[in-house]
Design a protein around this ligand. Structure first.
Ligand SMILES: C[S@@+](CC[C@H](N)C(=O)[O-])C[C@H]1O[C@@H](n2cnc3c(N)ncnc32)[C@H](O)[C@@H]1O
Length: 283
């Protein structure tokens, strides 16, 4: 339900998420999740919330997070992933996000768990010492980040030798010249620049990471936008404020555009896991 006509810089993304923070919390009735759901072939009728938890479970499994992990979640939003893994493991978790409003919410939610910390900051200037984490994770945040070269350099720096990067994100399998409607969809999503699965791997390898897994999950995410679009339309009717109603209807349209983009194979979603070689010296 977060839309804007043009989202290209970190400042614009930060403002947009801060501005929509309260309405997101209200819409999600206090438990906001902002990433794609994984709809398994055997469970096509799952609810969005169930599928979102499946996505987090997939990420935690592929990252091989355990009790000894020190995890940095980049673009942590309201802290969904760290809360999810903290229910399963006694690991240390640090969440970083541009939006101070999201960080405030996540910190309040995690109060009582001294192993979870949340901090406001940019993924392109990580406020951590080199080699601080065994894992860096992210769900649906990298597509927002304009300076991806800085992002990957920073991830490499803060990972301990042998450490793992694992993320889920939008992919752009085809770079067919977008017509105006498609441009608007990308702008509304805050999609600064995205890569195909192959381009992602090349970029990560160029900073010294070694690829363990790269899988396209586009067919498993599409239902997310079908369900969110329908739900947002229903919710829009009850919104008392005409501005909010308009924003919600805009978001429902974006959901429809994303579904069509997946069908045209222009938009996809995938999981990538890579590691910093054990032999790597610190940068
Ligand atoms: C679609 S939301 C996903 C949030 C969360 N990972 C989740 O799955 O619920 C994208 C998040 O990335 C954050 N973000 C975008 N650009 C960022 C950057 N350069 N540095 C840190 N966080 C960023 C946004 O503030 C937002 O909370």
């Amino acid at each position: 339900m977060v839309t804007s006509s043009d989202l290209r810089t970190e400042d614009q993304i930060q403002t947009m998420y801060n501005e929509h923070c309260r309405s997101l919390i209200e819409y999600w009735r206090g438990d906001p999740i902002m990433h794609g759901g994984y709809f398994a072939d055997s469970e096509p009728d799952a609810s969005y919330t169930t599928a979102a938890r499946h996505a987090s479970a997939l990420l935690a499994r592929e990252a091989m997070i355990d009790d000894d992990s020190r995890v940095l979640d980049i673009g942590c939003g309201f802290g969904h992933f760290l809360m999810f893994i903290a229910e399963r493991f006694d690991c240390v978790g640090e969440g970083l996000d541009l939006s101070e409003e999201h960080i405030e919410f996540a910190s309040a939610r995690a109060r009582g768990n001294p192993r979870l910390t949340f901090r406001q900051g940019s993924a392109t200037e990580l406020p951590y010492a080199q080699g601080s984490f065994t894992h860096v994770t992210s769900q649906d945040a990298f597509y927002h980040i304009p300076n991806k070269a800085a992002l990957y350099r920073e991830i490499y720096r803060v990972l301990a030798p042998g450490g793992t990067l694992a993320f889920l994100d939008f992919l752009q399998p085809s770079k067919a010249a977008p017509d105006q409607d498609r441009e608007n969809t990308y702008a509304a999503l805050g999609w600064t620049e995205s890569y195909s699965l192959l381009e992602y791997q090349q970029m990560l390898q160029s900073v010294g990471l070694e690829i363990d897994l790269a899988r396209d999950l586009g067919s498993h995410v599409k239902q997310t936008y079908h369900l969110l679009g329908k739900d947002t339309q229903r919710y829009a009717v009850t919104a008392p404020d005409p501005d909010e109603q308009r924003q919600l209807m805009d978001f429902a349209r974006v959901c429809d555009d994303v579904k069509k983009g997946v069908d045209r194979r222009e938009i996809s979603w995938g999981v990538i896991v890579a590691h910093k070689p054990t032999s790597a010296g610190e940068m």
